[in-house]
Design a protein around this ligand. Structure first.
Ligand SMILES: Cc1cc2nc3c(=O)[nH]c(=O)nc-3n(C[C@H](O)[C@H](O)[C@H](O)COP(=O)(O)OP(=O)(O)OC[C@H]3O[C@@H](n4cnc5c(N)ncnc54)[C@H](O)[C@@H]3O)c2cc1C
Length: 269
């Protein structure tokens, strides 16, 4: 049976790691012990009437105290009302968390050579996957980080500390190669050893392009969608994504995802 927790937990730390990007540590060991890479939590700032609805955020990192799991971290970008309210909170405040939710990435234990592709804040969920792969002894994942500018390239040093090889693109050429991250992935698929799996999270346009590239090189690809959602557990059905197979129909990002086989869903951009 799936365990889902909901409670107000203490914020252990809350740091603006880059202008507009925050890392929040939460004292929630029971959730952190069972959360898998790619799963998410629904967050509400207590006492705030607006926004009324919880907001979804990926589990970004596990926190430990000695040998004990003590909690987990979120990494988020301020984009609107909910994330602005979160950014005002300080260590010691309580925040309402529901989770872990969703399916998470799969088959990680069977893969040896993986490409991990993050567009901007998409790195939030993928860092936790790299941590998991490092703990399982999967050798040196290649991580592709793409962003508009150097400000949007997060976690480079943390990923390298886990043994990942990090390759970077920025659209304004302020760090790494110039252009979209998908271009770098395409080049690597042409020249490097073919990966067993590509894992990705980022803007829809990036995921759509990447899915086409993965299909053309016949490499399986798991994408984590950040579809706007209201409940997070299959009641509101607001996060529908169209199935790619000829039979049509819909899947729901909250319960069927957020991670999908890129061949199984239609990605809008
Ligand atoms: C499963 C899942 C995991 C996520 N993990 C993270 C994470 O780890 N870190 C993080 O920073 N964000 C993550 N997101 C996105 C995050 O949920 C949204 O940025 C957040 O809900 C915005 O809330 P807000 O009230 O600040 O913005 P709102 O006021 O609701 O919206 C502000 C603007 O952003 C747009 N917007 C809102 N949500 C999204 C979205 N998902 N994609 C594109 N545009 C959007 C709105 O249309 C609007 O224009 C995740 C989303 C999902 C579904």
């Amino acid at each position: 049976m799936k365990h889902i927790f909901q409670k107000e937990v203490e914020i252990l730390h809350h740091v603006e790691v880059r202008p507009g990007y925050f890392r929040m540590g939460l004292a929630f060991p029971e959730l952190a012990q069972i959360a898998r890479p790619g799963q998410f939590v629904m967050v509400k700032v207590p006492g705030q009437e607006s926004p009324l609805l919880r907001r979804p955020f990926s589990v970004h990192n596990r926190l430990t105290d000695g040998n004990q799991v003590s909690g987990f971290e979120l990494l988020y970008k301020v984009v609107g009302e909910g994330t602005s309210a979160m950014s005002e909170m300080v260590a010691g405040d309580a925040i309402d968390i529901l989770g872990p939710l969703g399916n998470g990435f799969s088959n990680a234990e069977d893969t040896q050579n993986v490409f991990i592709v993050a567009g901007g804040i998409g790195v939030a969920s993928l860092y936790y996957l790299v941590l998991d792969l490092a703990e399982k002894g999967v050798v040196k994942p290649t991580v592709f980080l793409g962003g508009c500018s150097v400000n949007d390239i997060l976690c480079k040093e943390d990923l390298e500390a886990l043994g990942a090889e990090v390759r970077i693109t920025t659209e304004d050429c302020s760090l790494g190669e110039e252009g979209f991250v998908t271009l770098l992935v395409e080049k690597a698929l042409e020249s490097d050893k073919k990966p067993d799996m590509i894992y990705a999270c980022g803007p829809q346009a990036m995921l759509k392009k990447l899915s086409a590239i993965a299909a053309s090189f016949n490499v399986p690809c798991q994408i984590s969608l950040e579809t706007v959602m209201a409940c997070g557990f299959g009641v509101c059905l607001g996060c529908a994504v169209e199935k790619a197979d000829s039979g049509g129909g819909y899947l729901h990002t909250c319960t069927d995802g957020p991670v999908f086989d890129s061949r199984k869903v239609m990605i809008e951009s």
